[in-house]
Design a protein around this ligand. Structure first.
Ligand SMILES: Nc1nc2c(ncn2[C@@H]2O[C@H](COP(=O)(O)OP(=O)(O)OP(=O)(O)O)[C@@H](O)[C@H]2O)c(=O)[nH]1
Ligand SMILES: [Mg+2]
Length: 389
């Protein structure tokens, strides 16, 4: 029998056997106290230093370090593989054709049977000397989640620029919207969690973007007992940051997903919001073209074509930034998007006509047509234009 109810639930959903073999007799003491999950993308210059620092910090703990690498091309997997050959406590998971910090961390966690799971960045920005205190907070039974915080007590973001610090504080405030209990640093990438607690959050996690702690805590069935311990964020040791402007989009989509309880895909909300902006573009082009003396047919055609192109460009760089089309693929995508939206307009008129025939309310028929057309555009374009990955 599985003793872990959350795991048993997940296993059943995916059709695995309901009972485990009975003949295995577990050793009295667990072989592992904890697993340290390290997501990596092009961190060849950091992983060796981190492994050494973790070895020193975790003296006395039975641990494993799981590096989860998304096919780095700078040699990171080779460095980790060499370390894993020399030290059986080090493991490597490689993922091909995929990127994503949150999903990498989760897959690393799921690959371990250790009762406590911790996460630390590869670039030495997190103070590994805090790890024993984080792990102890959980092992002692006082906390379900223990977080290294830059914003509590004497914690600090180190020498960040003003803009990044302001952005992080703003996001931290906004993140509270999705949480049942406030956290001083919900955006922290440095934390430890009891394995069964993580598993109980898993079915409701959005699993997207950079913010795995926020996603996990917001997905727990009940507010967890949290320990927040201060540390000072250090400068990246080697390599480049993977943070770019798209993390803001991912963050907003994560918040939307949490606030709506996962009922409406956040991409659909984003697609709809861009559609509303597109309406503004449509009306502006129409007005301008008519003011310049164009006939209605010409002005309206120009407005439709511009609004569709506007929607395509914004959706390509925001809603689907993780599947962004570039170069010739982008032109091909735009052509398909025009075709999808053309059919969407037919669906719009068809649905509107049905409602109008039934109700004779033009505004209701107009809204019904627009909703059907927009949902069509979203669903079909996600299956045709931005389908890969
Ligand atoms: N597996 C995997 N790891 C990633 C991915 N993106 C980032 N990482 C790792 O996640 C950790 C955090 O990424 P960073 O780029 O350091 O992000 P950050 O610390 O918020 O930003 P900086 O302060 O600029 O370093 C690092 O260990 C990265 O190598 C990814 O797509 N897949
Ligand atoms: Mg970093």
């Amino acid at each position: 029998m599985y003793h872990d109810r959350a795991l048993a639930g997940i296993t059943r959903t995916h059709g695995a056997p309901k009972t485990a073999p009975q003949h295995f007799v577990p050793a009295s003491a667990p072989a592992l106290d904890c697993a340290i999950i390290v997501p990596t993308y092009n961190e060849a210059g950091n992983v060796g230093l981190l492994a050494k620092a973790l070895e020193a910090a975790l003296e006395g703990w039975a641990y494993e370090i799981i590096f989860v690498d998304d096919w780095s091309l700078d040699g990171t997997p080779d460095v980790v593989a060499a370390m894993a050959q020399a030290d059986p406590r080090i493991r490597l998971i490689r993922r091909f054709g995929r990127r994503g910090l949150s999903s990498a961390v989760l897959e690393g966690m799921l690959a371990s049977v250790a009762p406590i799971l911790a996460v630390i960045d590869a670039d030495m920005q997190h103070d590994e000397k805090l790890l024993p205190a984080l792990l102890d907070a959980i092992r002692g039974g006082g906390a379900d989640v223990a977080i290294g915080s830059r914003y509590c007590a004497e914690g600090s973001v180190g020498n960040w620029g003003g803009t990044r610090e302001a952005g992080s504080r703003w996001a931290t405030q906004l993140a509270q919207l999705a949480l049942k209990a406030p956290l001083t640093d919900p955006m922290s990438g440095f934390f430890a969690v009891r394995r069964d607690v993580m598993l109980s959050a898993l079915p409701r996690m959005s699993n997207m973007g950079f913010k795995v702690l926020l996603d996990m805590v917001a997905s727990l069935p009940a507010a967890p007992r949290v320990a927040e311990l201060p540390y000072t964020f250090r400068n990246r040791h080697a390599g480049e940051s993977k943070l770019d402007s798209t993390v803001v989009i991912d963050f907003l989509m994560l918040l939307i997903d949490k606030k709506l309880g996962g009922r409406v895909p956040p991409r659909m909300i984003m697609f709809g919001a861009i559609g509303v902006l597109g309406l503004g573009v449509h009306l502006s082009v129409l007005t301008l073209a008519m003011a310049l003396g164009a006939s209605f047919i010409v002005a309206q055609t120009g407005a439709v074509l511009s609004a569709i192109a506007f929607n395509f460009i914004l959706n390509n760089s925001l809603t689907y930034h993780d599947k962004r089309l570039r170069g010739p693929a982008m032109l091909r995508g735009l052509a398909i998007f025009y075709a999808v939206c053309g059919l969407g307009a037919l669906a719009n008129v068809g649905a509107g006509s049905v409602v109008f025939a039934h109700d004779h309310k033009a505004w209701l028929a107009g809204i019904a047509g627009a909703v059907v057309g927009s949902v069509w555009n979203f669903l079909i374009s996600s299956l045709t234009v931005w389908k890969k990955k």
